[in-house]
Design a protein around this ligand. Structure first.
Ligand SMILES: NC(=O)c1ccc[n+]([C@@H]2O[C@H](COP(=O)([O-])OP(=O)(O)OC[C@H]3O[C@@H](n4cnc5c(N)ncnc54)[C@H](O)[C@@H]3O)[C@@H](O)[C@H]2O)c1
Length: 242
């Protein structure tokens, strides 16, 4: 299960009416079906969130479906690709920046008018510890995640006086399809998994629900005096780095 999937399920359990958007139509529809079968409200829209016209259409259909402007935006999308900078193609650099960072600008841009009209809203962006600390082989991913943290701070300042809070989360390694692919490609998957567990002082990698709980806090009124922050949820990884 991905982090977005866990967030959609937790928010629906808490009574949110969820519009889930993903480029993977099969997985997105399955998530929406699971939530509906459990009695929650969720509908799925196929969307490449790095394309402005598609984002605009999803925001409009979400507002129409539920008869109100979107009041909470979770920007979760992210793709990874490994290469040191001197071997990295410009096309891969641009692709990662577009999907990971530009998409969060686009989704925010099209959700904000409704939040500004309502004078309330919460945006939560998923960054990464790779936006805070240096790790090998991911210059474009790290740059996109650092950009998300800066964008979060800037937008928090811009919209605070209008009742809109903007925060982000920097997860450590979380067990999802993204990291499963990295493990599967490793020469010795069991060794890599053990190394990841050891790297996190709490002795395990994260679960998607660990991140979803943080997102719920930042989206809810429980965090009504929190904006412009980066909540690190990493099993203690960054305390060990420091
Ligand atoms: N898994 C980790 O260890 C980890 C750690 C730190 C940060 N993160 C971040 O958490 C977020 C979620 O990661 P995950 O591990 O759940 O990944 P995942 O690969 O499991 O899920 C990512 C989802 O994004 C969708 N997607 C990809 N490109 C898209 C596009 N252009 N438009 C719409 N949807 C698109 C995919 O179909 C997939 O459903 C990402 O931003 C990732 O960078 C993950």
């Amino acid at each position: 299960m991905g982090i977005g999937n866990a967030i959609a399920q937790l928010f629906a359990q808490e009574g949110a009416r969820v519009v889930a958007a993903d480029i993977d139509g099969h997985a997105g529809a399955a998530t929406a079906k699971k939530i509906q079968e459990a009695g929650g409200h969720c509908f799925f829209r196929h969307c490449d969130v790095s394309e402005e016209s598609e984002v605009k259409a999803v925001v409009a259909s979400g507002s129409k479906e539920f008869g109100q402007a979107i009041d909470v935006l979770l920007n979760v999308v992210g793709i990874a690709h490994e290469s040191p900078a001197h071997l990295l193609d410009l096309a891969d650099w641009e692709r990662i920046l577009k999907v990971n960072l530009t998409s969060m600008f686009l989704c925010s841009k099209h959700v904000l008018p409704g939040m500004l009209a309502a004078r309330r809203g919460a945006i939560v962006n998923i960054a990464s510890v790779q936006g805070l600390f240096g790790f090998p082989s991911n210059p474009h991913y790290a740059a996109s995640k650092g950009g998300i943290i800066s964008l979060t701070r800037q937008m928090a300042r811009e919209y605070a006086s209008q009742g809109i809070r903007v925060n982000c989360i920097a997860p450590g390694t979380v067990e999802t399809p993204m990291t499963a692919q990295v493990i599967a490609r490793a020469p010795n998957p069991a060794d890599l998994r053990a190394a990841w567990e050891k790297m996190h002082p709490l002795g395990r990698v994260g679960r998607p629900i660990d991140i979803a709980r943080g997102a719920l806090f930042l989206a809810s009124d429980e965090s009504s005096w929190v904006t412009g922050q980066c909540l690190v949820i990493d099993g203690g990884l960054s305390s060990a780095v420091l």
